[in-house]
Structure formats: C-alpha cells, structure tokens
Write a protein that binds this ligand. Structure first.
Ligand code: FES
Length: 173
C-alpha cells in the first residue's frame, strides 16, 4: 500500500545519503582526522529513480531535512504560469531546477520563517493553497516550485548546491 511504499522510499534515501557521505569522506580521512566541521560539510547522495511524478522523498543533508520532489506536468505548468516578477522572492522554476531535469525540485525542508519542517513531502500531508509545501507553524504556503506565496516566510525554500551525478542520482553539497 502507499504508506509502506513511502516508508521504504524514505529509508532508501537516507541509506543512500549515508553512503554518499562516506564515499566523500574517505579521501579526507587518509589525509587527516575529519573534524566536526568537515563532517558537517559532507555531501549527500539521493537515488531519485523510485520517485514517481507527484511524489517527494525526505533525505538528510548536513543534518537538516532535504526534500526531493518529482513534479507532475500539471505542477510544472502551474509554476510556469506565475509571473515570477510579482513574487515576494522572484525566481522562476528554471532558476530553481537543472536543465534537462525540470521535473526534479530539490529544496531544503526548512521553512525560511523560523525553521520548521514544512508539510507536503510525505504522502497524505497537506501541501497548502499553492500545491507545494505548507508550514504549519505560522502558515507559510509554498508553491510547486517551493516559492513562498503566502504567510510570513521571507524567502523561497532554499535550493542547495547539487549536481546530477547520473540521470537517477543527485549529490547535494
Ligand atoms: Fe514556517 Fe513560521 S516557521 S511559518
């Protein structure tokens, strides 16, 4: 059923994150003992192949939640239909995703107001009035590009530095 499948995907992503961190740290360990700073700077790998359109997974990046979402065609169209210049934090979907992967939205799962974890990444969670993410702490609504549309948050959900290391794996950091 959907709930079990979701739990499996979450576990798989966190497992992949651990592997990614280890592989990046190995060369450093050979040079010196990694300090807390180095550990905090480590990167996170996420296998996105199991994420279906309309689904998201939660991973951990630098000890904080990371949301990786595969947008539906409708969600992409909704993000594109907005005049970005009119937004509180003007950005287009193109500026927040990678070329050739417009359907993959990678953001921190940290509300830019006071740092709560927004809802909308897990199955059955409310996504807010704009269909993206909803922060229940003080009612910030993010759209399908993770942009702030309503509520107190000052800026869009942060898109961390990341690259596609293959068509199905992203590496944040
Ligand atoms: Fe998200 Fe305040 S922390 S709305």
């Amino acid at each position: 059923d959907g709930v079990r499948r979701r739990d499996f995907i979450n576990i798989a992503a966190i497992g992949a994150a651990g592997v990614g961190g280890a592989s990046v740290l190995l060369p450093l360990i050979s040079q010196m003992a990694p300090s807390e700073d180095v550990l905090a700077e480590s990167s996170t790998e996420v296998d996105i192949s199991a994420i279906e359109p309309g689904q998201a997974i939660k991973a951990i990046f630098r000890k904080q939640p990371l949301f990786v979402r595969r947008l539906t065609e409708k969600e992409i169209a909704e993000a594109g239909a907005v005049n970005a210049g009119s937004l509180r934090d003007p950005q287009t979907l193109e500026e927040r995703t990678k070329e050739g992967h417009r359907d993959i939205l990678v953001t921190m799962g940290v509300c830019t107001h006071l740092g709560c974890v927004p809802l909308g990444a897990a199955e059955g969670e409310v996504k807010g009035e704009f269909g993206g993410y909803f922060c229940p702490c003080h009612g910030s609504h993010y759209d399908t590009a993770g942009r702030i549309r309503k509520g107190p948050a000052p800026t869009n959900l942060e898109v961390p530095e990341y690259v596609f290391t293959s068509d199905t794996v992203i590496q944040a950091g």
